[in-house]
Design a protein around this ligand. Sequence first.
Ligand code: HEC
Length: 274
Amino acid sequence: MHKKKTVSMVFMAALLVSLGLADISTAQKADSLDKKAEEIAAAAAVTSNHPEIPEGVSCNDCHTMTIDANTTATQVWLGGEYLGKAEGEGRMSDEQLWAEINKLLGGGKAGTKTYVLATSMNNRPLSTTAEWTFDPGRRMLYGVHEMNTEKLAHIKANPFVSLNWHDEYAGIDGPYRCCQIKGRCELLDGQHPDFEKILIEFAPYEDAATRMMPQNPTPEQREEVLTRVRETFKKRFLMSRITIDRITIVNKDFISKGFRNVQRWERANTGEKP
Ligand code: HEC
């Protein structure tokens, strides 16, 4: 209770400062709060003079965080001078890259994969595992989920998600295949006009119908059972539709084809920089 009060007081003070409404020199903790929280690099660390950071408050509540696009390790792997490649050398074209992504994640229903999903609510991250199917045409992922789980509460509060699919470690020689995704997630309920279409085209929902199927069903019997199962999904499940805004794939085998092992695609015009 006491802590909450302190947090809200700090915020109130910060708000008043930013609105220019308060003469902060009269406020408590004036000497730290009359200074502005400037833009900082994501790698910045606090010093011992830093104003107190209340519990549950993160750096980007006060600072705008910038990711230094030139010096992070990933940027070097993607385009810098690295492993005998000159700057900019060894990058795939978009077409080559999406062909590789499709090889890794594609395959329609049969290519459905278990991913680790990261979400965040109130600055508290959560990672969960679930299945998604890749749609190479729209560059989206679709998942079908039981209602009322923690991850869905997170997504409702904050649609920005990150996913990862990776091979298990197979030894020092790799191939270290993985993909890392940043995107925005919509939740569709059974009433949504796209729900059933996506279920039929992409979700391996037929697996859930096997136990209800009579032996050697006629085409009519099969369709009758599948329709019933789809109705159940519409009532009890939510569908996640994730628009991929950025995808990074890693595969050591790319090197033998003259490419870098790390390749990245980013969607232009995401509306907002995630
Ligand atoms: C409650 C708001 C708030 C939060 C949260 C916050 N800062 Fe700050 N930060 C400030 C203010 C205000 C200043 C300016 C203080 C000054 O100039 O004396 C500052 C200054 C800084 C500076 C400049 C040098 C210094 O240490 O004084 C760095 C670097 C910095 N912050 C990093 C961070 C990082 C990293 C985090 C997260 C771990 C963070 N800040 C969280 C408000 C905040």
